[in-house]
Design a protein around this ligand. Structure first.
Ligand code: PEP
Ligand code: MG
Length: 886
């Protein structure tokens, strides 16, 4: 026979799956000898059986009756006994806390007779009728389905008639009248009577709590919090204790430490003469716990002692709900409490110091997301402005600046010391100087892996992208906000990259001490010291190395300060912009080999300088340089702009600029409908003569220069977007040839490993072959996600991911958190088959997932050697790589 009911004495916190969090912790508290009103728990298994079968599972009723009898015997009175009723609360309690999402019925057992008995034994008629009207109301809504608003209306009318707005001004007769009015309301709406049988009340209340598991709001909450739908809720039935029995009674909530700062000491609120739900709902203002210390020092001392017991027992911050009934303290609930990131680090560090938890456990209790929150400058939460727009929170942090609409303005204004926010419909590599100059980037289109987002994160810039409720007009230098107001260039706006909100005006910023520590080592306060301890321990235990994606000497240097152990991805496309575009144009437009060679020769020393700087900043550590990846037309002007320019010149009766005409011809020839799937990656190197050779030569010469300067350069050359081993073989031949050439010319050995990115399903599926030609694999999980799902990384997030998340197609964007089932499977296959072919194959990941906590766990499990992420994610990745190794 299945056991559907447990007494508190039989349970414990290890049974949280069966008894729910609340039930399991109540059981734990009773076992610890804390004053918990006695009760029993109906299991989640009973709930699952009820929801699956649509009726009360066999045996449940008998189980409940048996445990109720035990409760009644201990109390010396029966549920709803007319002269002295035992009353119970019936509360939901799932495995994972879902605050306020499900139902509760209090004061079960009251009826027309027992309300009088309660009045007599309590000596408080008002209290008895108030309890009864609460039961009728809660039961009416939860069990019988009457709209709460209708009860509120009756109450409001009564208060109006009495000329008051305060419940406390209603007397016993008023409340008795209210009970009758509520009962009539229930009958009118349901054609059924409020049940007078206490046993029926209890049974129906339990089933109603089960049903509330599937209420719309509970389902929505679970989806957002990734709580599985099939768990079900437990139901706790517990003897009622009353905090509303006069001035020596009350209810409160307490934390064993301050959940905002982590500082030790009892912390919380107390409401005299009130039931627990009054504290949470804020109907009256509570007093700090210090107030309780004055009002009832004995209960306060007991509460403090219990809090200490709980914290020692759970070895963590706990929160508790308690009630004082005529001077007697009762503990009604406890759980390991939620806390801010600041408190999480502080508490973990403190508990390790106190010897209550090991360093490993301390590390398990903090998170990379929390660390990221501590790193970003923040808006002062108490001072937000007028909301202009909302978009995808793509790169967290807070920034204030004047809106500008093109890179020239951004650069010009920034040069004069102004802070600017670059607002674009979407960004292209062309916008880079503007992004560098800006404090934040706001775009109307694109998702979390759009250009704007990737680049902004790489630079640690705030970014909100895909704000579809704004209309950006770069020509008119303004955007229209969602309320129709127009934001002109030069208007100050505030961008919150952590929430996706954009505000008019300057919302004040709070600087981050954690960031100062990471930059300079300065440990300004105890939070920062706690962060430092956690990172130290993570570094000691992690197996994964952490590298950075960086393509400037400054980025490399910062990454190194943040603890990067090399560069896992140096993208070279940003090195082809600015004044170098002219040379790139010449290379693309060259009619003869000699013309092209001249353009490439002019680019060579500039590239060499780029690499020398980066190799110097990362001296002694590996620097993986990727050969050019994006389609070349990204470096040419926009086709429409050119066509318009030419048409305008012709319309004015003049001759269009010959260079424009030539460019338009080239751009048209190179135009691709799907450039992401076109002439890019290794394909470029194979069909554009001299391009890869120039890049390899620049790398090789930079290595020579650094070696001669006494450094230890460790360049690695990476070929992007390979799908077949033949592509890599050809590319590698070219790389090896140029390396040998430079080696011979200079006499300096060039032991540069050559490897490839795995970012196409075909590459993953033929990894054994590809490993024959690759000394390392770096998973480009941005493109691998794009090509595995067939999702355009630049479009889909803003277009329909919100709907997909709502419908539960996936719990998180696969561009953010690696899709283990699909993309992850390809990664696993490639690692296994690659290593089988080449046992010393080095493997890493350099897609955005390399900085995502959830994904880092997977990369650890699958056995990668390193993750590479933007410099600002390096500390987060170090921490998470440590946690993954626990
Ligand atoms: C990737 O595709 O994951 C990658 C790192 O390359 P990029 O984002 O530059 O395409
Ligand atoms: Mg890629």
């Amino acid at each position: 026979m299945v056991r559907y009911v447990y007494d508190f004495e039989d349970g414990g916190r290890d049974l949280a799956g069966l008894l729910g969090g609340k039930g399991a912790n109540l059981a734990e508290m009773s076992r610890l000898g804390l004053p918990v009103p006695p009760g029993f728990i109906v299991t989640t298994e009973a709930c699952r059986a009820f929801l699956a079968g649509g009726e009360e599972p066999e045996g449940l009723c008998a189980d409940v009756s048996r445990h109720l009898s035990t409760l009644e015997r201990a109390a010396g009175r029966l549920l709803g006994q007319p002269d002295d009723p035992l009353l119970v609360s019936v509360r939901s309690g799932a495995r994972f806390s879902m605050p306020g999402m499900m139902e509760t019925v209090l004061d079960v057992g009251l009826n027309d007779a027992s309300v009088r008995g309660l009045a007599k034994v309590s000596g408080d008629e008002r209290f008895a009728w108030d309890s009864y009207r609460r039961l009728v109301q809660m039961y009416g809504t939860t069990v019988m389905g009457v709209d709460q608003a209708l009860f509120d209306e009756v109450m409001t009318r009564l208060k109006e008639a009495r000329g008051t707005s305060d419940d406390l001004c209603l007397d016993a007769a008023d409340l008795a009248w209210l009970v009758e009015a509520y009962k009539r309301l229930i009958h009118d709406r349901t054609h059924r009577d409020f049940p007078q049988s206490p046993a029926q009340q209890l049974r129906e209340a339990i089933l109603a709590v089960f049903r509330s598991w599937n209420a719309e709001r509970a389902r929505l909450y679970r989806r957002r919090e990734h709580i599985p739908d099939e768990l079900g809720t437990a139901v706790t039935v517990q003897r009622m204790v009353f905090g509303n029995l006069g001035h020596d009674s009350g209810s409160g909530v307490a934390f064993t430490r301050d959940p905002a700062t982590g500082r030790p000491g009892l912390y919380g609120d107390y409401l005299p003469n009130a039931q627990g739900e009054d504290v949470v709902s804020g109907v009256r203002d509570a007093v700090p716990l210090a107030g309780l210390e004055r009002l009832d020092p004995r209960s306060y001392r007991q509460l403090r002692a219990h809090a200490r017991t709980l914290e020692r027992h759970y070895r963590d911050l706990c929160d508790v709900e308690f009630t004082i009934e005529r001077g007697t303290l009762w503990m009604l609930q406890t759980r390991v409490g939620k806390r801010t990131a600041e408190a999480a680090f502080t508490i973990a560090c403190e508990l390790v110091r106190e010897g209550l938890v090991s360093s490993d456990e301390g590390l398990a209790r903090v998170s990379g997301d929390g660390l990221a929150r501590l790193m970003f400058p923040r808006f002062d939460a108490s001072a937000t402005g007028e909301a202009l727009a909302h978009g995808v929170p793509a790169s967290p942090g807070a920034a204030v600046g004047v809106a500008v609409f093109d890179r020239a303005q951004a650069v010009r204004r920034a040069a004069t010391g102004e802070e600017v926010v670059l607002v674009r419909e979407e960004t292209t590599p062309d916008d880079l100087p503007g992004m560098v100059a800006a404090q934040a980037v706001l775009t109307g289109r694109g998702g979390k892996t759009s250009h704007a987002a990737v680049v902004a994160r790489g630079m640690g810039k705030v970014c909100v992208c895909g704000a579809r409720d704004i209309a950006v007009s770069a020509e008119a230098r303004r955007f229209t906000a969602r309320d129709g107001s127009v934001v002109e260039e030069g208007t100050v706006i505030s961008v919150d990259g952590s929430t996706g909100d954009v505000f008019l005006g300057a919302v004040p910023l709070v600087a981050s001490a954690t960031m100062r520590y990471l930059e300079s080592g300065e440990q300004a306060d105890s939070v920062v010291s706690a962060v430092a301890r956690a990172l130290e321990h993570a570094d000691a235990v992690r197996r994964l190395e952490v590298r950075a994606n960086a393509d400037t000497p400054e980025g490399a240097a910062r990454a190194r300060r943040f603890g990067a152990q090399g560069i896992g991805l140096c993208r070279t496309e940003h090195m082809f912009l600015g004044e170098r575009r002219k040379l790139v144009e010449e290379m693309i437009l060259a009619r003869t080999d000699a013309d092209r060679d001249r353009a490439l020769a002019a680019l060579l020393p500039l590239q060499r300088r780029d690499f020398t700087g980066i190799l110097e900043a990362m001296d002694g550590l590996p620097v993986t340089i990727r050969l050019l990846d994006p389609p070349l037309h990204e470096f040419l002007p926009d086709r429409t702009d050119l066509a318009v320019r030419i048409a305008a010149a012709e319309a004015a009766g003049g001759q269009p600029d010959a260079h424009d005409v030539e460019l338009l011809d080239a751009v048209s020839r190179m135009h691709e409908e799907n450039p992401m799937l076109g002439l890019r990656g290794v394909r470029l190197g194979l069909v554009v003569p001299g391009l890869a050779a120039m890049q390899v030569r620049a790398i090789a010469e930079a290595v020579v220069e650094r070696t001669r300067a006494g450094g230890s350069p460790r360049a690695e050359i990476m070929v992007p977007l390979v799908g077949a081993v033949e592509e890599l073989r050809l590319a590698r031949e070219e790389v090896t040839r140029v390396l040998a050439e430079v080696g011979e010319e200079t006499g300096v050995p060039l032991p540069c490993p050559v490897g490839t990115m795995i970012e196409l399903p075909r590459a993953a599926l033929t990894a054994g072959r590809i490993a024959e030609e690759a000394e390392f694999f770096s998973f480009g999980t941005n493109d691998l996600t794009q090509t595995t799902w067939g999702f355009s990384r630049d479009d889909v997030e803003a277009a329909f991911f919100a709907a997909y998340l709502d419908k539960g197609v996936f719990a998180a964007s696969p561009f953010e958190t690696l899709d283990r089932e699909g993309v992850g499977r390809l990664v696993r296959i490639a690692v296994e088959e690659g290593r089988a072919a080449r046992p010393d194959l080095e493997t890493g990941v350099c897609g955005e997932h390399g900085g995502d906590p959830e994904s880092i766990r997977f990369f650890h499990d699958v056995g990668l050697d390193y993750v590479s992420c933007s410099p600002f994610r390096v500390p987060v990745a170090r921490l998470e790589a440590g946690r993954a190794a626990l």
